[in-house]
Structures are given as structure tokens and as C-alpha cells.
Design a protein around this ligand. Structure first.
Ligand code: BGC
Length: 574
């Protein structure tokens, strides 16, 4: 049996994720947030409750102290305890985990300067009923003052240029011809071969073009030829890479930070900064998995690894990422996105805020939070975007789904609710309202014959969750070449509030890791989580790996996986 501490500290590398429809925000929010971002903003909240023990009603009087708000408002807070809203008035209430969102009723979308509105609600709770520490109105913290809500834009350390808010908005995104050819060579693959995918700089040689493949300049030149507006480049070569797993260990040893800077980041920055590419919006996904590993896979617990402890101690993940953010952030048309794992990794309370704090520190170490355009979740992972048939607020015979074996006290059951909540956490840490989230939907579709058609039986909480969930993995901690997975949402710009895009950063059909030891010159090891015969470890609750057999080493074309992703796509591929 895992201890509760271990349970909440799954160190699944590209863990997994599940999804649930949770509670969605009104779609009017985005436009409003953007429109008001540069105006004077401010608000005050007066929160009063009438508590009878186990339940209460509350009034949330909010006064707009800033410029008039037209076109809708959104009030948000996090409950400090387990309070759950059961009904509300003077606004549309939605709750995901501890996070509550209230949007204006359709009959009242404006709030003049000095005007107030008082949404109210009824809720249940157990334990203590402390008031929320912080409220935001259209993203502005209601602390009674009016001040700029955008990140500071003029300190000397801030990057130059005039980036757009969302580099995907209205953009044609670069199609990597190498991936496209692989996809098109598979039966039925042409239907998706024109989708944009990430270009991975996964070793020093990839910059110039490894093994006869296109290098970074080749891709940028091709992007210009395509008339693309945006290109997605993954920067993935930290010293001691992939410290909790073996499948994507890299070429640089734990101490080779100087080589990382001089031979990897500097040449990439030089190419990306070339004037020839100044009109491209260059999205950089900076070093997936690394900072999340420093949260969950360190210390002395049963999921810690020596390699992650070493990387935490030598500071080379933090130093390398800060350096990359600073060098790349200085290029006016580069948009840095940092990895936030996925909900099945950092969605536990123990991991959520501490990881956001670490990301914030590293961004600060780069000289400015303005070096970061946003964050990405679910890269190369399988967590469902939304779970349509159950949500985190559900309970069965009085038992919360959080107590099911699958959810296991996580706060989230899907990537969308996780990404939106994480964004709020980062804004609370000082990032600007203009940060946006990316969700990798390359392999999280979970369609096909095994997809449930409705909620599971309510006999008990496990039967309900297991019958409802579309994510069919054996355990949320499984991450390698998952059997039964399908392509997820096709890449889409601005699909939901706070989300810059659904993206295919991990190119579908490229392996997560070899299912057995295969000698190679890329530094890649063999991770048993990619062997279908493996019986598991504390990071996946001792379950079989759920991996497909006969996989090549990570990054190499895996035809059988691509075919399965295509067959199980959700939405289906027409
Ligand atoms: C591999 C990289 C590869 C990437 C995209 C990663 O798992 O380690 O070498 O470029 O996936 O397929």
C-alpha cells in the first residue's frame, strides 16, 4: 500500500492525465479579459456568510473600482477548504476542485465605475469554513486598489518587441514535412498529415540536422516557404535529461551546463534571432518534464530517483531553463512556453502550488516573468482533455470521486480544468493576464470501441469512475506508448478561456520509448514502463505498463502506434 504522501506525489514522468468536463467558464470571458487588460482595473470584495455548521450561504459583494466593464464579468476565487457550491444566484456559478468561477447573468453584463453586484450562493463543507483569501474580477485581484494588471512592461530586463497576445490566433501553423511524410505513408494517414506538429531540438546535432534530417534553419526556411505565421520548436536537451525515467535520457551529463548553454541554447538563439525569420511567431516549448521532476521525484520517498536528487542539488535544470528563457525571450518574435506536466502528475495539492512556485522562481531567475508567454500541459501524455461522464465534484452514495482508486485524491480529472486552474495559480504568483496555456492533444482522444457511452453504475465510487472515464489506461501514472489511445482534438487556436491552443507537440506516431533495450547513439536508455510485460512500480501503483509491444526508441517512427491513434481518434478522423 502506498502511503498518502506517496499517493499524492506520483512521479509519473509524462504521467497521465484524465479529463472531465468539470465546470466550464462562459466563453465571453476571453474577449473581455483581453479588452480590459490595458485599462485601469481594480475592485473590492465584501464576503459575508451565514453558517449553520456543515452548510452556509454567502454573499459576495463586488465593487468595480476601475474603468467601466462592458461585455461581461467573471469573478473567481479558491476555497481554502472543501466547500462546495450547491446553488447560486445573481451569476452563473461553476466549481472545479476548490476553484469557483462566477460569470455575469445574461441580463447584467456591465459594471460601471463604482458599481456593485452581489452574487450569492449556498454551499456545504466539513471541517472549518474559512473565507477565501483572494478574489479576482476579470483577472484583477480585488484588493481595493486600482493599478495596472498587466505584468510590468517597461523594466529594463523586459524583452523588446511587440508580441501578440496569442501567437496561434488567426495563424497558419507550420507543417513539418518530415512528420507529414511519415503520417501520409500510413493507411488513412493523409487525413491528418497536414496538421502542425512540434519540431524537436532534442540534441546538439539536431540544430544542424542529425542523420540527414532537416535542421533548425531548414525548418524555418520551409516555414517561410509555406507562408506560415507560427512555428513550434521544442527545446529539449538539458544536462541529466529525463531524470525520473530512462527512455529519453540525453547526451549531456548532469554537470554539462556549460555545453548546454554554449553548444545548444546559444546556437539556437542565434538562428531564431536571424532577421530573416523576424516575421514568424516562434513558439518555443522549453524543456518538458524537467521542473515537474524536481517537485515529485526527489527526496527520500519511494518515487524519488538519485538522478532527480542530483539535478535538484546541482541546480542545472533551473539554471539551464532560466538561461534558455532569457536568451530566447530576448528575441522579440519568440514565445516561450514552460512545461507544467499534466493533471495526473501535478494535480495533487502537494504538487500544485509548489510546482507553480518553482516555475515562477525559475522565470524570475531569467530576469523577467515577461520572458514567458505561457505554459504547456500534457506534452506527450495521454490525459483526456475533458471527461464527459464524470467530474471532480461528483459523489456516489456520499463518497466523493476523489476517493476512487483512479482519482486517488487528485483535484482534477482532466487537462482542461487543470490548465485553467494552473493558469490562475500562476497569475496569483505574479504572471500577467496575458499568459496562455497550451494543451497537447496529440494522443489523448480515447475514442474507439472501448470508449464509454455514458456514466458508469452508481453501485460504488470505483464502479462509477471506472465505468465513466474515457481515459482507459490501467493507471494514471502510465505514460509510454499507451495501448488503446487515439488522436485527440485537432490543433485549434483559442478553444477555451485561458487556452492559447490545442497543439500536437509530440508528433503522433513517434515512440515514447523502446519496449526493450536497443543500442543507440542518442543517449536513450530502456525504461521498463515501455515494456508491456512490466508489472509496475510505486509511480504507477504497481500496475502493468499498458504499453504497446515492439516499440522503437523514443522519437523514432512507430507505425503500429500511429495506426492505432488514427483508429481510436476522438473526435474521429473523417
Ligand atoms: C524523444 C525525442 C523526440 C521526441 C519527439 C521524445 O520522447 O526523447 O528524441 O524528438 O520525443 O518524438
Amino acid at each position: 500500500m502506498k502511503t498518502p504522501a506517496a499517493r499524492r506525489r506520483h512521479g509519473s514522468r509524462r504521467g497521465l492525465a484524465a479529463a472531465s468536463a468539470a465546470l466550464l467558464l462562459a466563453s465571453g470571458t476571453v474577449a473581455l479579459t483581453q479588452a480590459s487588460a490595458s485599462a485601469a482595473a481594480g475592485c473590492r470584495v465584501d464576503y459575508t456568510t451565514n453558517d449553520w455548521g456543515g452548510g452556509f450561504t454567502a454573499n459576495v459583494a463586488v465593487t468595480n473600482l476601475g474603468d467601466p466593464i462592458t461585455g461581461g464579468w467573471t469573478l473567481e476565487w479558491d476555497f481554502p477548504g472543501n466547500q462546495r457550491v450547491t446553488s447560486g444566484w445573481n451569476g452563473t456559478f461553476a466549481q472545479s476542485g476548490a476553484h469557483v468561477t462566477v460569470t455575469n447573468p445574461s441580463w447584467s453584463s456591465t459594471l460601471g465605475t463604482g458599481a456593485s453586484v452581489t452574487p450569492g450562493f449556498q454551499a456545504t463543507y466539513s471541517g472549518t469554513n474559512a473565507a477565501p483569501a483572494r478574489f479576482t474580477l476579470n483577472g484583477t485581484v480585488c484588493d481595493g486598489s486600482t493599478g495596472p494588471t498587466d505584468p510590468p512592461t517597461d523594466p529594463p530586463t523586459d524583452p523588446p518587441g511587440d508580441r501578440v497576445d496569442n501567437p496561434y490566433a488567426g495563424a497558419d501553423v507550420y507543417v513539418n514535412p518530415e512528420w507529414s511524410a511519415n503520417a501520409a505513408s500510413e493507411p488513412g494517414g493523409s487525413a491528418v498529415a497536414d496538421e502542425p506538429t512540434g519540431v524537436w531540438m532534442d540534441r546538439i546535432a539536431a540544430i544542424g540536422g542529425a542523420n540527414g534530417r532537416m535542421g533548425l534553419r531548414d525548418h524555418l526556411d520551409e516555414a517561410l516557404d509555406q507562408g506560415a505565421d507560427t512555428i513550434q520548436v521544442v527545446v529539449y536537451n538539458l544536462p541529466g535529461r529525463d531524470c525520473a525515467a530512462l527512455a529519453s535520457n540525453g547526451e549531456l551529463g548532469p554537470d554539462e551546463i556549460d555545453r548546454y548553454k554554449a553548444e545548444f541554447i546559444d546556437p539556437i538563439a542565434e538562428i531564431l534571432g536571424d532577421d530573416a525569420y523576424a516575421d514568424l511567431r516562434i513558439v518555443t516549448v522549453v524543456e518538458i518534464d524537467s521542473l515537474p521532476n524536481l517537485i515529485t521525484n526527489v527526496g527520500t520517498g519511494d518515487v524519488a530517483t538519485e538522478n532527480c536528487n542530483e539535478m535538484l542539488e546541482n541546480g542545472n535544470y533551473q539554471n539551464g531553463i532560466a538561461y534558455a528563457l532569457q536568451k530566447l525571450g530576448a528575441i522579440p518574435n519568440v514565445y516561450n512556453y514552460i512545461d507544467i506536466g499534466h493533471h495526473g502528475w501535478l494535480g495533487w495539492d502537494d504538487n500544485f502550488s509548489s510546482s507553480a512556485d518553482l516555475l515562477t522562481e525559475v522565470a524570475q531567475q531569467s530576469g523577467s516573468l515577461g520572458n514567458v508567454a505561457g505554459f504547456i500541459t500534457n506534452t506527450a501524455n495521454y490525459g483526456a482533455l475533458e471527461e464527459p461522464y464524470f467530474s471532480i465534484g461528483d459523489s456516489v452514495n456520499g463518497t466523493s470521486v476523489r476517493q476512487s482508486s483512479w482519482v486517488d485524491w487528485n483535484r482534477y480529472v482532466d487537462e482542461l480544468s487543470y490548465a485553467q486552474a494552473y493558469r490562475q495559480e500562476l497569475i496569483g504568483n505574479g504572471f500577467g493576464q496575458d499568459i496562455g496555456m497550451l494543451i497537447d492533444t496529440s494522443r489523448n482522444g480515447w475514442g474507439g470501441p472501448d470508449r464509454p457511452a455514458g456514466p458508469g453504475p452508481t453501485t460504488d465510487v470505483d464502479a462509477y469512475v471506472d465505468g465513466s472515464r474515457t481515459d482507459r489506461r490501467l493507471h494514471l501514472g502510465n505514460w509510454c506508448n499507451q495501448a488503446g489511445a487515439g488522436l485527440g482534438e485537432r490543433p485549434t487556436a483559442s478553444p477555451e478561456p485561458g487556452i492559447d491552443a490545442y497543439v500536437w507537440i509530440k508528433p503522433p506516431g513517434e515512440s515514447d520509448g523502446a519496449s526493450q533495450e536497443i543500442p543507440n547513439d542518442e543517449g536513450k536508455g530502456f525504461d521498463e514502463m515501455c515494456d508491456p510485460a512490466y508489472g509496475g512500480n510505486p509511480r504507477n501503483g504497481g500496475n502493468p505498463s499498458g504499453a504497446l509491444p515492439d516499440a522503437p526508441i523514443s522519437g523514432h517512427w512507430f507505425s503500429a502506434q500511429f495506426r492505432e491513434l488514427l483508429a481510436n481518434a476522438n473526435p474521429p478522423v473523417q
